[in-house]
Design a protein. Structure first.
Length: 287
């Protein structure tokens, strides 16, 4: 047997035949959608600067994962082996769920001094990673490569954190990210000739995140006030996320996301709403 063998999926399913729902739920904890919701909540209620770092870590990890998939071009396991209702796109290795989980949950673990929280984050990483094998959309080798890449990103960030923070806090960084997002979105289709809608989301996020931070620093200057009662933070989360979801649904009706640049617009607008528009309203309305 090898690291790219259906044996490992069958082994997990035979060992835990009752765990389909558990692993489907665990898989969601490593998805980019979940991380974006988590970041939005943290940005509005917990720590603005820490959430900015997590946003950029997730963005860099997702961008790295995308181009590694495109470079390696190794297919996923056969769809006949996927659990019913499972969907996945693009190539297999490295597993984006495993890589992003190591990067984001690992970073949160490093920030915490509570050993039980660290254990919880490690458990989430393991559950997310093995869920991708159990569901059938990744080989064991895909997951191991995701762990390696995620660990390298996390390690480099930890070693050079002070230098990285000085860069991302500089005014030119957001404009550089905006330029890079526009260039990547426009140029990748012609330079690589391997474009798909996945990069539309990543390119759109780069553009939206950079524009959002530029506008927020200039017009909103949003701060989290610790003395606010809990109901205000709950209102921010419920009201903010509900409207983001509704607007995203509306965007998808008028701007379908099947084409990469349309998908980029959807994600760019969503990022601007989360980073600038709602914080601007929260500040002006004193919510």
């Amino acid at each position: 047997m090898s690291l790219f063998d259906l044996y490992w999926t069958e082994f997990l399913r035979n060992l835990l035949p009752w765990a389909s729902s558990l692993f489907i739920t665990a898989s969601f904890l490593g998805s980019e959608y979940f991380f974006l919701v988590l970041i939005a909540i943290g940005y509005w209620t917990w720590d603005k600067q820490a959430s900015k770092r997590v946003i950029l870590l997730l963005l860099f990890s997702s961008l790295t994962n995308y181009w590694l998939k495109i470079t390696l071009k190794k297919p996923r396991p056969p769809t006949s082996n996927w659990l019913p209702g499972t969907t996945a796109s693009n190539y297999g290795p490295p597993s984006g769920h495993a890589q992003n989980s190591v990067t984001i949950w690992g970073w949160l673990g490093f920030q915490s001094r509570d050993k039980w929280r660290r254990f919880l984050y490690l458990l989430i990483i393991l559950l997310v990673s093995f869920s991708r094998i159990y569901i059938g959309v990744h080989w064991l080798g895909d997951v191991l490569l995701g762990w390696i890449v995620g660990s390298v990103i996390l390690g480099l960030y930890s070693v050079y954190e002070s230098r990285i923070l000085s860069i991302i806090e500089a005014d030119f960084f957001n404009y550089s990210l905006l330029f890079f997002g526009l260039f990547s979105l426009a140029g990748s289709k012609f330079l690589a000739n391997i474009f798909d809608t996945n990069f539309g989301a990543i390119g759109g996020l780069m553009i939206g995140i950079s524009v959002g931070f530029i506008l927020e620093s200039r017009y909103a200057k949003f701060e989290i006030i610790r003395s606010y009662p809990l109901w205000r933070y709950l209102f921010r989360v419920i009201f903010g996320l509900s409207l983001v979801i509704l607007i995203m649904i509306g965007f998808s009706i008028f701007i379908p996301s099947e084409i990469y640049w349309q998908r980029a617009i959807n994600y760019a607008l969503a990022a601007i709403i989360v980073i600038f528009i709602w914080p601007y309203l929260f500040t002006r309305l004193k919510i």
